[in-house]
Design a protein around this ligand. Structure first.
Ligand code: FAD
Ligand code: FES
Length: 387
């Protein structure tokens, strides 16, 4: 028997053993037992996500690129479910042997997916970010990634998609926060072309630099094609941030409209404040943060957070607003985490007692035992965690 036959036999044995040991130890679903075996045939196949192939990478601006993804439809692939314009997905990549996920809005429409089987993500490179520069450098056409199903409630009102509707919209976008609106407007455009119904949508689109406006030509074309769609391009350097004067000047019937806001957190906060001052009802304002929601605690309570299983504790100081995840890490603990902004639910932990403030829902918990997300929970007084 030759040395190479021996080596390949050993390799197969090794793969078989790896599968057997992983199958016994790492899965809690039936199909999970076969995951390592299936991965030998289909790279990136997992039981908890969908495979997608990168079919194009397009530079849109100096710090922005689009990934064109084709969710896979092979015999063993789970079929990626439908999505609504405005929703986002978690993109999971393996960097240095560690699976990391990041959230991105789908910047193309459901109509485009129906026609081509493709979806697009348009991603701003965060200068000191761990993943957005890495994806641009490392992932190329043909690379396989994992994606979640689409999530989120930041979507067009059903009434607008189903037929003639009197619903008027005000969309306010800042920078890369334009991505969910591109999906929405492409969708509305495709229905408009089918001759379905009249529209009344006004988009206020703020960019940092009037020379570099993401998808400007495409939006100008959409505006030409769709009667009832108005787009105001604003340069936040020269025009300043959103204010009541802008609303009066560009969209004076703002008070009759349902508002959707997406962009950097300070811009969203400013837009919400302006609309509140103009007495627009809270239930007519929808927003999507592209990062952690800002902390809005009026009087945070001092107390001790006890990580009971690890026998460690930390004093949370009055009016200091570290999340429980940050506090656990300060104590040298490494709880499982993913997105760190309350989306992926990987950081769920049992709170045994005490009150926590949820920075995403802006609500306080009960004092009793319940599951909480560490990355968006801030202790209010004494808290005991099963960690
Ligand atoms: C629902 C949702 C939808 C989104 N949709 C989009 C989208 O369509 N397009 C888009 O571009 N983004 C979108 N985002 C934002 C996107 O998820 C983040 O920009 C991305 O996760 C950043 O990943 P990263 O690993 O590159 O940055 P991270 O490493 O996670 O860093 C996050 C931020 O911290 C800063 N930072 C990190 N380390 C340091 C350091 N040492 N010193 C100083 N600063 C530092 C980074 O510059 C960055 O701004 C969305 C977010 C959410 C929640
Ligand atoms: S780490 Fe994703 S929800 Fe907390």
């Amino acid at each position: 028997m030759s040395a190479s036959t021996n080596a390949s036999e050993n390799g197969l044995k090794q793969q078989g053993w790896t599968w057997f040991s992983q199958a016994l130890t790492q899965h809690d679903t039936f199909s999970g037992y076969f995951q390592p075996l299936i991965q030998m045939l289909l790279p990136q196949w997992t039981t908890d996500a969908y495979r997608a192939q990168i079919v194009d990478v397009r530079d849109e601006m100096s710090d922005m690129y689009s990934l064109v993804l084709k969710p896979q439809t092979g015999l063993l692939d789970r079929i990626w479910p439908e999505f609504k314009a405005g929703q986002f997905i978690e993109l999971m990549v393996e960097k240095e042997g560690r699976r990391t996920l990041r959230c991105f809005s789908i910047s193309s429409s459901p109509a485009y997916y129906e026609k081509t089987g493709l979806i697009e993500l348009s991603i701003r490179i965060q200068q000191k970010g761990r993943i957005t520069p890495w994806i641009r450098q490392q992932l190329t056409i043909g690379s396989l990634v994992n994606i979640s199903e689409a999530q989120g409630q930041f979507v067009l009102p059903e009434s607008l998609l189903q037929g003639p509707s009197s619903e008027k919209l005000l969309l306010i976008a800042g920078g890369s926060g334009i991505t969910p609106f591109r999906s929405m407007l492409q969708q509305v455009h495709s229905q408009h072309l089918k001759g379905s119904h009249a529209l009344d949508i006004h988009l206020l689109y703020y960019s940092r630099d009037a020379q570099q406006v993401l998808f400007q030509q495409e939006f100008e074309q959409l505006e030409k094609d769709c009667a009832g769609l108005t787009i105001s391009f604003l340069d936040s350097e020269s025009d300043g941030f959103i204010c009541s004067d802008h609303l009066q000047a560009y969209c004076s019937d703002y008070y009759q409209r349902t508002a959707f806001i997406c962009g950097p957190s300070p811009m969203i906060q400013q837009a919400r404040k302006v609309l509140a001052e103009l007495e627009v009802a809270k239930d007519k304002i929808y927003f999507e943060f592209f990062g952690a929601a800002p902390l809005e605690i009026e009087n945070s309570e001092q107390g001790v957070v006890l990580f009971q299983a690890s026998d460690k504790s930390i004093v949370s100081e009055k009016d200091k607003t570290n999340t429980l995840l940050e506090q656990a890490e300060q104590q040298g603990l490494s709880p499982v985490s993913g997105c760190r902004i309350g989306v992926c639910h990987q950081c769920i932990c049992k709170k045994k007692s005490g009150v926590v403030f949820n920075t995403r829902t802006q609500e306080y918990s009960d004092t009793g035992s319940e599951e909480i997300q560490l990355c968006i929970s801030v202790a209010q007084g004494d808290v005991v965690l099963d960690l």
